[in-house]
Write a protein that binds this ligand. Structure first.
Ligand code: FE2
Length: 344
């Protein structure tokens, strides 16, 4: 949600479409979207109303970074020099910095010359994180352990450090999934979290020394993280992740982390009930960070029905189930937009 409208963008970069948030009427391509396209996961800072985005391509300089102000005017657009074509999926931001990534999982260069797009983990190549001032400027690069990351949680500044949380894949180029239907093993391995093994992970980048420290925060397979967006870019305490059914691209539960104490709580859905990503909706009049609800759409394969469920984020239990008139398809990404974010 940006400037009162819903914005739809595409992983491999394309035009950013504006949609009426109430009717989903197509309002056309956003005027601020550059010809090079807009990737998935542009970020909106609720505090400033700014939208931060990146794009990437097979052609030098391979990546750009941009900022659109709260009124829809593009105010920053900067080339980010990379050594070659990369496959970033998401970005992160703090109050003063944006964080882009150059991870060692990308196309085989020799095959790409023959127009074959084969993803490889390039052994011996570190992960690299580019941190730059939010409104543009020089990029400071940090090296870290090789991995691939689909989604980041939050990031914030702490003293000289930028702290970034996300899901570190232990096995980013998994072998074909043997249990998958014939011919689908390769595809399914890249959808099965228990194949590529994403773990909740924290990177700390010291802007003074240039050093990175990092480590897992949990050993479970988790992804599709959510948190209270009022804390986006700022120190935060509570993170919510989804768990996935082994061998499938289906979410079968939620985990809440207290990142201060390390405690966690989980909800496991009954067999056959699967969730969408569950954004955090602050309670009206909320008095603390976890005072609110996770909102998720459930598909129930036992009954052929769907529901919207609310999880009380403090008690961490389902407190409301709303029957929907139709069964939905299994969903992944979602966003919560409070009334104040809707145009008009
Ligand atoms: Fe995504």
């Amino acid at each position: 949600m940006h400037n009162g409208e819903a914005i739809a963008t595409f992983y491999q970069c394309g035009e950013a479409y504006r949609l009426d948030p109430l009717t989903l009427e197509n309002l056309g391509v956003a005027a601020w979207a550059p010809l090079d396209g807009v990737s998935a996961h542009p970020k909106v800072d609720e505090e400033t109303g700014e939208l931060l985005f990146f794009n990437y391509s097979k052609y030098a300089p391979y990546m750009h970074y941009g900022v659109v102000d709260a009124t829809g005017k593009r105010t920053t657009y900067q080339a980010i020099d990379l050594p070659g074509p990369r496959l970033p999926h998401d970005m992160a931001f703090t109050q003063n910095y944006s964080i882009l990534n150059d991870l060692p999982v990308f196309w085989d260069a020799a095959l790409l010359e023959r127009d074959i797009h084969a993803v490889r983990l390039h052994k011996g190549v570190p992960s690299r994180f580019g941190i730059l001032p939010r409104h543009g400027g020089p990029v400071q690069w940090f090296e870290a352990a090789p991995t691939y990351v689909l989604h980041w949680l939050n990031a914030y500044e702490y003293g000289d450090e930028v702290v970034l949380d996300g899901y570190f894949q232990e096995n980013p180029t998994p072998r074909p999934l043997e249990a998958a239907p014939d011919g689908h093993g390769h595809l399914m391995a890249y959808l099965d979290e228990h194949s590529f093994r994403p773990k909740l992970h924290r990177w700390r980048f010291n802007l003074k020394t240039g050093e990175t420290t990092e480590g897992h925060l949990d050993d479970r397979i988790l992804e599709f993280g959510m948190f209270n967006q009022h804390y986006a870019g700022k120190p935060y305490r509570y993170a919510y992740s989804t768990t996935a059914k082994p061998g499938w691209f289906l979410f079968n539960g939620f985990v809440k982390h207290d990142l201060e104490t390390g405690e966690s709580w989980s909800i496991q859905l009954p067999e056959g009930r699967y969730a969408s990503e569950a954004p955090f909706a602050p309670r009206v009049g909320a008095t603390s960070e976890d005072d609110g609800y996770l909102v998720s759409f459930i598909i129930d394969e036992n009954t052929g029905t769907s529901e919207c469920v609310l999880v009380d984020a403090k008690r961490f239990e389902v407190v409301c189930r709303i029957a929907l008139p139709h069964k939905l398809s299994s969903g992944t990404h979602s966003v919560w937009a409070g009334r104040e974010m809707l145009r008009g």
